[in-house]
Design a protein around this ligand. Structure first.
Ligand SMILES: *Cc1c(COP(=O)(O)O)cnc(C)c1O
Length: 437
């Protein structure tokens, strides 16, 4: 697979290079130069296969040429070791549950594959790396758990003290081993600033710092897999084209869906369901891209004011607004509408949906009402409702239980390193110590 930067001002690279680099040197995002379609009938023939087998076929098709076949297959199986079931809600609407991985959110798909592919490439090159991430919660835990135990990689996660949930903190800061959690006495922006400065610091060159954020192509491609699983579960060839409703923030999930479509998945259209942070729906409506500060909402993983994958999404549509409008239907879902979707979904059949999935469901219903769409709509549920116990209690009067293996997380001892200040020099010393440990 050859990849090119969306900024068109740096050389093309292989998948392995794009993986280690993350961002292209010209500031653009890597996208495959070509997305060859699967053999006709291939997706339909995967009916009944577990998601790991679907992953092996989709990812083998995309990047299998570069990585050793058996090793690649093993790493894909290891990455996709949890299910992604589909739950029918009636009226041609279904929910694809993407929250059965280790952090109970869909970012596990990207993080687990990225980590294993990263380890694979480092081993082939005899290199080591330090992954540095700043997080407001979910990304850090997915990356920490994704890379935990992967040889040749040290992970350092920065998070703002007191501003992540206890569960998220436990998932980042109780792992130990090759994962170091650094607690910063400030806000997420302070964490972000420290990380950015470290990446530009020539005195840290020997640490081979790398990022594993959502712009890495290695996080994006594995997300194409569950669109195939969702289509098959919704009936596959019998359903024909389906519509996916995608709860969107940085647009990585949506971009992966469009990649799945380009390589042959029969997708009729995508509903781009945003909360009030609706840069893309506004763009589709007005043609003007207006970045702005994010506003806090219930679906906080989607509180994004300048979505980082926009350039990829535009490039995949040939850079034309008309092509984007034909394929993407934008909708902005307010807070009360989100709460109402949680209540109505429960009242209709006892199904408990988290606020992110609720935005996708509300978006799907609005799409159906306003366009008369008749095809099956699959809404993506990106987080387990138990991660949002407060909102669920307010709407439904009870708190859903965390699944069994997750219950004891918050009683594990925290191993975080505390910074006394948000000064760069203190952080740099701490980073050096972590990398040497
Ligand atoms: C990150 C996240 C999203 C948004 O996904 P993008 O790929 O950034 O659009 C939606 N829901 C949950 C639970 C998330 O963690």
């Amino acid at each position: 697979m050859i990849l090119r930067s969306t900024a068109h001002a740096s050389p093309d690279v292989t998948f392995a290079d794009a993986l280690l680099r993350g961002l292209a040197p010209d500031g653009g995002l890597y996208l495959p130069v070509a997305l060859p379609t699967l053999p006709p009938g291939a997706p339909a023939s995967w009916q009944g296969l577990p998601v790991a087998d679907i992953a092996s076929r989709v990812l083998g098709h995309l990047v299998g040429d570069e990585l050793h076949r058996d090793a690649f297959d093993a790493l894909v199986r290891d990455a996709f070791d949890f299910p992604s079931p589909t739950v029918p809600l009636g009226d041609g609407l279904a929910v694809l549950e993407l929250f059965h991985g280790p952090t109970l959110a869909f970012k596990d798909f990207g993080a687990r594959f990225l980590a294993r592919a990263f380890g694979h490439v480092l081993a082939a090159r005899g290199e080591r790396a330090t992954i540095l991430v700043a997080t407001s919660g979910d990304t850090g835990s997915a990356v920490a758990l994704g890379f935990h135990g992967v040889p040749r990689v040290r992970v350092v996660v920065l998070y703002p003290a007191g501003k992540v949930s206890r569960f998220q903190e436990a998932q980042m800061a109780t792992l130990g081993g090759n994962v170091t959690a650094v607690r910063v006495p400030g806000a997420f922006d302070d964490c972000q600033r420290l990380v950015k400065r470290a990446f530009l610091d020539p005195s840290l060159a020997d640490l081979k710092l790398s990022s594993a954020n959502s712009i890495n192509i290695g996080r994006l491609l594995p997300q194409a897999v569950y669109y195939f699983a969702g289509w098959l579960a919704a009936g596959g060839p019998e359903a024909g084209e389906v519509v996916f409703s995608v709860p969107s923030g940085n647009l990585g999930n949506l971009t992966a869906g469009v990649i799945a479509q380009r390589i042959g998945l029969p997708v009729g259209r995508f509903v781009t369901a945003c909360n009030v942070n609706d840069v893309l729906p506004e763009y589709l409506r007005t043609g003007a891209y207006r970045a702005r500060p994010a506003r806090p909402t219930l679906s906080n993983a989607m509180d994004v004011g300048d979505p980082s994958n926009f350039a990829r999404l535009a490039a995949l549509h040939g850079g034309t607004l008309d092509a984007m409008r034909a394929n993407l239907w934008g909708v902005s879902v307010g807070e009360e509408e989100t709460r109402q979707a949680i209540r109505k979904t429960y009242e209709a059949g006892g199904y408990v949906i988290d606020p992110h999935g609720a935005v996708a469901l509300a978006g799907a219903q609005r799409f159906r009402r306003e366009t008369g769409e008749r095809r099956t709509i699959v809404a993506l549920a990106t987080a387990h409702p138990a991660k949002f116990g407060d909102v669920i209690r307010e709407e439904l009067g009870f708190v859903p239980d965390l699944p069994e293996p997750w219950r004891d997380w918050t009683s594990r001892p925290l191993l975080a390193r505390d910074l006394a200040t948000t000064e760069y020099e203190e952080f740099r010393d701490s980073l050096r110590q972590a990398a040497a440990a």
